[in-house]
Design a protein around this ligand. Structure first.
Ligand code: ADP
Length: 596
């Protein structure tokens, strides 16, 4: 590694570890305190074992000078051994509790970041990969840091106590044991670097494998996979991913096994050295047998504490790059946008010369577009696939900011959060919440408590306007029926019924502008006719931007914009556009010819 990077990581590591310790404390102060008390008891009882061991040897070898009789000494030794042995399992259980709290807190930070990220950030591939890596690795690290920190503090206490005992017997024993430490720390750093680069390299592979697992297991894909008999080829891809992961993992495991063996050998060598030194001291008559026995116990315990100490240091060093990754991810999120205020729409929304390009693309998806949606109007966007309709709709709705040009709301540039708060969008691939019908509707307006009688009436009214109330009445629990089968408890609806639920959701939100992206794609002809014959009544005076491929639905619009390759190429009413005999007239004739 480059010297500057070594220096940087050496200074960053303590800061990250202190930050992680702070997180643990904030996640569960009482739990962290209890865990620390266990560490102190652990170190104290280890010291107790040595002391009781010394008393026992004294009582055995020099009963006349012993402070305690043999039986009480042995009982004390048994008690201390039991205490020191039982603290481990207690700690393990305490750590589970603390670990869950720490994980919840870190998840909250990640969810805060994803919630803040605007749509463009969210859709960029760098964000998705970083999020995946954080989910795969970084989220479990704070717990590892918790365990390591507690292990470190406990073992430091233990090392201190045992060293004090050994210094009393023979100071030389301490440096012999500590000498094992330096290689162990260096080996830990090496382990840390290999682990992070392994995780970094494999993120893409894990993402692809997770995606295949979703395809192969989740209900929405089950029908198509069976119709195409494509589970076989997908399983083969999944297996290829497994093979690649296995081969990379095998190499990494071998590396870690080598590092672990070298570390253990170092500690064992130091332990052997210390025990040989004790024998030498006894032979030279510098220490008595009782002291030698106690020293042997202390050396054994100290080497155990040192193993924990080095393992903890190793754990911290290993976690540091993942913590840095987590911190980078959290910092990468934009600041939380201010809360939007819902506005009325008196005049209308206007886009002037608006262009938008997706990150990493060379062509603009929307190019110098001017459109107007007056209050209460129904405006249609038509055009072939990929002509930029959905992108433009997202700009109108405040989900994307124009790269060039302006978006005016009642004649002034209004902040995007306000535009979002004042607009409702139903996307083509709207969400089918696996919740009750009522929750599916009221989720569009978090600003109101949905529990009141009035809100209940409004949800029912929205369902009625969207034409889903009849179906709701036939459901076992009416508006409180669970929808969807993903969680295995609900009633599934047809595509058209789901679309009406989404429409009810949009109407419940009650904003002056509604964007409908293919709202009738899944409706049968009668339902579509009913929706559009009376769309103005359904909208109840709200302005609407309607994207549709069905000219039967768009012909009643006050104005139709025809898009082609990101630009608006024609604009007018149905009759005007038919008279001008351009692209609209051609597409309209093509579609009606298909019906004739
Ligand atoms: P339409 O709704 O008319 O089918 P879109 O607005 O969805 O068209 O797409 C317009 C263009 O932008 C297309 O070329 C499409 O490939 C591209 N595009 C859409 N979404 C993204 C995205 N998230 N990232 C990159 N390019 C995109």
């Amino acid at each position: 590694m480059h010297p500057v990077r070594i220096l940087k990581s050496a200074t960053a590591t303590p800061r990250l570890i202190v930050a992680a310790a702070g997180e643990v404390g904030r996640a569960d102060r009482a739990g962290a305190l209890v865990a620390s008390v266990y560490q102190v008891i652990g170190a104290g009882s280890a010291l107790g074992v040595v002391a009781a061991g010394k008393l026992t040897f004294d009582a055995l070898l020099t009963p006349e000078q012993a402070a305690l009789g043999l039986t009480p000494s042995i009982l004390l030794l048994a008690l201390m051994t039991a205490l020191s042995g039982s603290i481990g399992p207690l700690q393990t259980q305490q750590h589970r509790l603390l670990g869950e709290r720490v994980s919840q807190r870190v998840w909250d930070r990640v969810l805060d970041t994803t919630a803040r990220a605007d749509l463009v950030t969210y859709e960029s591939s760098g964000f998705a990969t970083a999020l995946e890596r954080v989910q795969q690795h970084a989220l479990t690290r704070p717990f590892a840091v918790t365990t390591s920190l507690l292990g470190l503090s406990g073992s430091l206490l233990g090392v201190g106590a045992m060293s004090a005992v050994l210094i009393g017997v023979e100071p030389l024993l301490v440096p012999i044991l500590l000498a094992a430490g330096l290689p162990a720390v260096l080996l830990s750093r090496w382990a840390s670097r290999t682990e992070f680069s392994f995780a970094h390299r494999l993120t893409g592979l894990f993402r692809r494998r997770n995606y295949l697992r979703q395809l192969l297991t989740q209900r929405p894909f089950a029908a198509e996979l069976r119709a195409f008999d494509s589970t076989g080829p997908l399983r083969r891809r999944h297996q290829a991913g497994n093979d690649e992961i296995n081969s990379a993992l095998r190499k990494q495991v071998r590396r870690r096994q080598l590092i672990a063996t070298l570390t253990t050998l170092g500690v064992a060598a130091a332990l052997t050295g210390a025990l040989l030194a004790i024998i030498e001291l006894v032979e030279r008559g510098r220490i008595g047998l009782a002291e030698a026995g106690a020293a042997a116990i202390a050396v054994r315990l100290l080497s155990g504490q040192l193993t924990t100490f080095f393992r903890s240091i190793g754990g911290l060093l290993e976690s540091a790059p993942f913590l840095a990754d987590l911190e980078r991810f959290v910092a990468s999120g934009p600041p939380a946008p201010p809360k939007g205020n819902k506005r009325a729409l008196a005049e209308g929304v206007r886009l002037d010369g608006v262009s938008f390009r997706y990150p990493g693309q060379d062509r603009s998806a929307v190019d110098s577009v001017d459109i107007e949606i007056h209050a209460g109007e129904v405006v249609a966007l038509v055009g072939e696939n990929g002509s930029g309709k959905t992108t433009l709709a997202k700009i109108v709705a405040g989900l994307y900011e124009p790269e060039e040009g302006t978006r005016h709301w009642d004649g002034s540039a209004v902040p995007a959060p306000d535009v979002r708060a004042s607009t409702t969008v139903i996307f083509q691939d709207f969400v089918r919440y696996q919740m009750t019908l009522r929750e599916n509707i009221v989720i569009s307006d978090g600003s109101r408590s949905a529990d009141t009688e009035a809100e209940n009436d409004r949800a029912v009214e929205a369902a009625r306007q969207a034409g889903v109330l009849g179906a709701a009445r036939r459901l076992a629990d009416g508006m409180d029926t669970m929808l969807g089968r993903d969680l295995d408890e609900g009633v599934d609806l047809s595509g058209g019924q789901w679309q009406r639920v989404a429409l009810a959701r949009a109407l419940y939100r009650d904003t002056p502008l509604v964007v409908l992206d293919e709202p009738a794609a899944a409706l049968d002809p009668r339902a579509e006719h009913e929706l559009f014959a009376d769309v103005r009544a359904t909208l109840g005076g709200r302005a609407a931007l309607l994207i549709s491929h069905r000219f039967s639905s768009t012909r009643m619009a006050d104005r139709i914009y025809v898009m082609d390759d990101g630009r608006v190429v024609e604009c007018g009413t149905h009759d005007e556009l038919m008279a001008s005999a351009g692209q609209y007239a051609e597409l309209y004739r093509l579609q009606s010819a298909a019906y004739r």
